[in-house]
Ligand binder design. Structure first.
Ligand code: AMP
Ligand code: MG
Length: 342
């Protein structure tokens, strides 16, 4: 299959948007830009097209997809009911990196929901992708546009590296501002529960959901055979081929540990504050408290680790506050839950 490259920097690229919409209406797969990461889209109503997403990515069938909409009116055909607290979050955070899990209507194939009776829905902020959804006249099922298990794609080049020749088209449109995937909250349980942290922070959610529960899988490895509320959380994820370890402790303890173990690691991912005393090759993800920058750089740096051929990498654990919680959640999975307590 030859992958068509469609360049659409904004919503004025009407020809490219039209082409992408046509491919989707005909059951094809198109990688689209969003403000979180690039998504691999297909019609959410087309069972075969949805199955082709799983094939192209090599994604386990029980890991459900997020359905992307452009207008509130589309919700009626997708979900059974919207609790008032969920509606308040949608009004506050859409379009944007907030995903709501709700009881699904039958029109959504079970392949989209990974066999669950709920569906995840989001209205992305990227105007090109919202135009594509409107032109196609379809909600789009779209997971991240990477090969399953590897770091998510925050640029079109990452998508091309992973999926060229496996999908019909890619819409090339610059980099993704948030850099990590959306915040996922399920409203199918009472009280609502955070399943995946992202650009919409716990602090922001609590303004509307004071009794929000944080699923334990957000910061730790799910127990073996435990029922996981969000199937995506049970897989090793976001991982480069190199072996990654996450070290948790102060700047001083991190630098000391790296010096003592300098023969064990060929690279470190750290923060600006660590750099002064760090004696092994390293890159900084930004200042300790600049969580937004860390999120933006994270997946590109995880991909660079393999491009540079590193085999064993140590990562300093980020602060678990604001968007930092999302960075922590991705890094502990990139490390396959191998944590060194300093
Ligand atoms: P990705 O599309 O790669 O960002 O992955 C989608 C994420 O949303 C995965 O972590 C899924 O487990 C989660 N998700 C999607 N649908 C549901 C659902 N119905 N219930 C719980 N989690 C979901
Ligand atoms: Mg993904």
């Amino acid at each position: 299959m030859k992958t068509l490259h469609l360049k659409a920097m904004d919503e004025t690229a009407v020809n490219e948007i039209e082409k992408a919409a046509e491919i989707l209406k005909n059951g094809g797969l198109v990688a689209v830009p969003t403000e979180t990461v690039y998504g691999l889209a297909a019609s959410a109503f087309d069972e075969t097209a949805v199955q082709n997403i799983f094939k192209a990515k090599g994604r386990p069938n029980d890991n459900p997809l997020i359905v992307h909409i452009a207008e509130f009116s589309e919700l009626n055909s997708i979900v059974k009911e919207i609790p008032p607290v969920c509606k308040k979050c949608m009004d506050a955070f859409w379009p944007g990196p907030f995903t709501a899990v709700l009881p699904k209507k039958d029109i959504i194939p079970v392949s989209v929901s990974g066999g669950l009776n709920t569906v995840a829905v989001r209205m992305p902020a990227n105007s090109v992708t919202r135009e594509i959804i409107k032109k196609a006249g379809l909600p789009l099922a779209a997971p991240s546009a990477n090969r399953s298990g590897s770091p998510s794609p925050s640029t079109a080049d990452h998508v091309i590296d992973d999926l060229e020749g496996r999908i019909d088209a890619v819409v090339i449109s610059g980099k993704c501002e948030v850099g990590v995937e959306s915040t996922v909250v399920t409203f199918a349980t009472n009280p609502p529960r955070l399943l995946r942290p992202g650009g919409i922070t716990v602090e922001m959610l609590k303004q509307f959901i004071p009794d929000l529960v944080i699923d334990p899988a957000v910061t730790a490895e799910p127990e073996k055979d435990a029922e996981v509320a969000s199937p995506g959380m049970k897989y090793k994820h976001y991982a480069p081929k190199a072996e990654v370890f996450m070290a948790q402790g102060s700047i001083k303890a991190f630098c000391k540990y790296c010096e003592e173990h300098k023969n064990d690691f060929d690279f470190a991912l750290c923060y600006d504050e660590d750099e002064v005393d760090l004696k092994i090759p390293h890159t900084s993800l930004g200042a300790n408290e600049d969580h937004q920058k860390q999120a933006e750089l994270l997946f590109g740096f995880l991909r660079d680790i393999d491009d540079k051929g590193y085999k064993k990498v140590i990562v300093h654990a980020p602060l678990k506050e604001g968007v930092g919680l999302a960075v922590y959640n991705r890094l502990i999975r990139a490390a396959g839950f191998k944590v060194i307590d300093l």
